[in-house]
Design a protein around this ligand. Structure first.
Ligand SMILES: Cc1cc2nc3c(=O)[nH]c(=O)nc-3n(C[C@H](O)[C@H](O)[C@H](O)COP(=O)(O)OP(=O)(O)OC[C@H]3O[C@@H](n4cnc5c(N)ncnc54)[C@H](O)[C@@H]3O)c2cc1C
Length: 390
């Protein structure tokens, strides 16, 4: 029986471990944290958006980065339908929300994770928590363990250590220099699905925490209608995350505060006589502008122009910001192990060592694409590793 090592017990690693065990390997999973799947559990706090029911071409187009082709192939083999079946097989019914997003009915990750771990233990997977990989040593994998340092010499290894955001949940990106030293090509980490930093004037403080429910965000070729939140640090939430890639790449960010009205409709409303009303009172009345959107207009648009120019500003309000929030706050990481470093999921520089999940250089918006990508690449890398181990 060959000895397979999986390092990192997030969704990608757990998937790979199951696949290796099913193929007959003796599998040891090493996890640095005292418990497994911490980011998966955190994702469950917002309902655990597992995948998305949509046209396959659109689904696959969500993936970008040098490894996107490999991820797409994995997702073709294990896509939204397979993810839903997988969850159901683990006893977790799922439902599809209005936008096509799929969630477990329990709207959290813990029951799914518990059932998954039961299955893996039943398959003979040995999970060692508080086992932190610290690099290579004499052709083996060196760990800090509760019983002191140890070195493992597996026949095959799957690295599933995650990206480099939310380090407190385990994915700290510490592995990057060790792989680079071993000759593995890496694309620098960058924040993906991140908020933008705004240095607000003091007038904005009372709007912190307020959601803006109907707006259209534009950056480069990307237009996203959705919700975001004004926070003390800037703008956050799904619609902002969805434009964070073009913003990161240098595109200007603007807001359409009235996506349901054309510029002409806005302009016609603004031609009404203002009388003695203040500009704010006039805008509130003429456009039925709520306090949060009015505050954004004042914050980014002052001094406000009049008439048609004001209508133009309402429809295209430039957002002054200081770039994306820091990498550690991002929902996911762009960059990681580059396509040129890989033969399938195996590292060319380290035969017998496979890489999966968010460690790889791909990115995707929120909406279930991330977990589907991690589950699919975990399965595919586990399968390739199992063939190697034979
Ligand atoms: C707040 C939040 C909400 C999210 N919500 C969603 C969502 O609803 N839908 C969605 O699709 N995606 C969501 N995501 C993204 C998704 O959770 C990640 O893309 C996914 O967990 C990545 O899986 P992974 O297995 O590659 O890595 P991870 O889940 O990060 O797992 C990597 C594991 O490796 C371990 N590890 C790291 N270094 C070492 C080491 N040196 N030695 C041993 N172990 C190590 C870590 O402790 C960790 O357990 C969310 C992310 C966040 C932060």
């Amino acid at each position: 029986m060959s000895f397979a090592l999986v390092i990192g017990a997030g969704p990608a690693g757990l998937m790979a471990a199951g696949e290796l065990a099913r193929a007959g390997s003796r599998v040891v999973m090493a996890e640095a944290k005292p418990s497994v799947g911490r980011k998966f559990l955190m994702a469950g706090k917002s309902g655990l958006n597992l995948t998305k029911e949509e046209d396959q071409a659109r689904f696959l187009a969500a993936y970008s980065g040098s490894v996107a082709g490999l991820v797409r192939n994995a997702v073709i083999a294990f896509g939204p339908e397979a993810v839903m079946d997988w969850a159901k097989d683990l006893g977790q019914d799922v439902f599809t929300g209005s936008s096509g997003r799929v969630f477990p009915c329990a709207m959290k990750a813990s029951p799914l994770l518990r059932a998954w771990l039961r299955e893996l233990v039943g398959l003979g997977v040995e999970i060692r928590t508080r086992w932190r990989w610290t690099g290579f040593s004499g052709g083996g994998f060196q760990f800090e363990t509760p019983n002191g340092p140890d070195v493992l010499h597996p026949a095959v290894t799957v690295l599933a250590l995650g990206g480099a955001s939310w380090a407190r949940l385990g994915s700290d990106g510490a592995w990057a220099p060790w792989l680079a030293e071993a000759g593995v090509a890496l694309t620098p980490f960058e924040p993906a699905n991140a908020g933008v930093t705004v240095r607000w004037s003091e007038h904005m403080a009372r709007h912190f925490g307020t959601p803006v429910k109907v707006a259209l965000l534009n950056a480069g070729d990307t237009s996203v209608r959705g919700e975001f939140v004004i926070s003390a640090r800037g703008l956050e939430g799904s619609a902002v995350y969805a434009v964070s890639k073009p913003v990161r790449e240098g595109a200007a960010l603007s807001l359409d505060l009235f996506p349901n009205w054309t510029r002409d409709v806005v302009a016609a409303r603004l031609t009404r006589p203002r009388g003695k009303a203040t500009v704010s009172a006039f805008l509130r009345k003429a456009l039925r502008l709520d306090p949060a959107r009015l505050a954004l207009l004042q914050e980014f648009g002052r001094p406000l122009p009049e008439g048609a120019d004001l209508a133009g500003l309402v429809k295209h309000l430039p957002v002054r910001h200081d770039g994306l929030r820091p990498l550690d706050e991002a929902i996911s990481t762009a960059g990681g192990v580059s396509a040129e470093a890989l033969d399938g999921f195996m590292l060319r520089a380290l035969p017998g060592v496979f890489v999966t999940g968010e460690m790889l250089d791909w990115e995707a918006p929120t909406g279930g694409y991330l977990l589907t990508g991690c589950l699919a690449t975990g399965l595919a890398a586990g399968r390739e590793a199992a063939v190697w181990a034979r």
